[in-house]
Design a protein around this ligand. Structure first.
Ligand code: NDP
Length: 249
């Protein structure tokens, strides 16, 4: 019996359950939805660095274990992941203007668990398939569509995070209505961009571990897009009516 495969199916199923829990049950309590009802708290910045670190360091450990020789295409997959997670682990948290803000320790630890499992699946997959993707893969529809989606999603995510991170002046802590770019139609283009990115990564690799990570990213972020939109409408009376969670609905 292939226990790893069984585990992956169970992990996908728990991602789907998490999706419904976050959509209809409780919103994950960090950022604007942070709450003191979830036990001990840690600094927001430290929480981000802690929870994203496995996606950077464990990825290197699992992917490069045994020092395999990677094809050019495998290197592209590795480099894209590392660029994203170098930003998310080190640059994004340091750019946040969340002075004095805290997140529940349990959220940071569940982020560590979530990132560790997904990173193990993707890193070990790349390690075992170091030579599977030959240069012919570069001209397949999967690679062309997936790579394009990844880049589009990455740019959306970066641009939107950049706008959000600059809404506050240094030392400010409140919230404002973000303006410009994709915020004209979307409440959270950063989160939509992130979902597009990892959908692209799955299509580019066309593999079960990357599919699993896409499922988990959507499970985490789609309910958050809905929660952010509802929060904006409740907080700001003048919140633009044409702005929707997913653009069209
Ligand atoms: P948010 O959009 O809630 O916040 C991003 C940053 O901007 C935070 O520092 C936030 O401050 C600040 N901010 C947001 N809106 C405003 C506003 N209206 N006025 C002032 N400041 C604002 O994103 P998340 O915190 O949910 O996620 C951050 C990043 O991490 C995103 O790029 C997301 O895609 C990614 N992510 C990926 C996940 C995955 O599963 N792959 C899971 C979770 C996040 P504050 O913290 O004070 O609200």
């Amino acid at each position: 019996m292939d226990y790893k495969l069984l585990f992956i199916y169970a992990w996908i199923a728990s991602g789907i359950i998490t999706f419904f829990y976050l959509l209809y049950g409780k919103t994950a309590p960090y950022g604007r939805h942070s709450s003191k009802n979830w036990g001990p708290m840690i600094s927001n910045k430290a929480g981000w660095i802690l929870m994203e670190s496995p996606a950077f360091f464990l990825f290197i450990a699992f992917t490069f274990y045994g020092n395999p020789s990677f094809s050019t295409v495998a290197w592209i997959f590795i480099i894209l992941w590392l660029i994203h997670y170098f930003n998310r682990t080190f640059i994004f948290p340091l750019r946040t203007r969340t002075k004095g803000k805290k997140m529940p320790l349990v959220i940071a630890l569940s982020g560590v668990a979530f990132n560790s499992v997904n990173t193990w699946l993707i890193g070990s997959y790349l390690n075992e398939n170091a030579q599977t993707y030959t240069e012919n893969w570069l001209s397949t529809p999967q690679f062309i569509i997936g790579f394009s989606l990844f880049v589009i999603g990455f740019v959306m995510n970066q641009r939107a995070d950049h706008i959000l991170l600059n809404l506050r002046k240094p030392g400010e802590t409140g919230y404002k209505i973000p303006q410009g770019s994709l915020f004209k139609r979307l409440s959270s283009p950063n989160l939509i961009g992130e979902m597009i990115e990892w959908t692209g990564y799955f299509i580019m690799l066309w593999s079960l571990p990357a599919f699993t990570f896409m499922v988990w990213t959507i499970a985490n972020l789609a309910p958050r897009v809905v929660a952010h939109h509802k929060w904006y409408k409740e907080k700001f009376e003048d919140y633009p009516k044409e702005r929707k969670p997913f653009g069209l609905f």
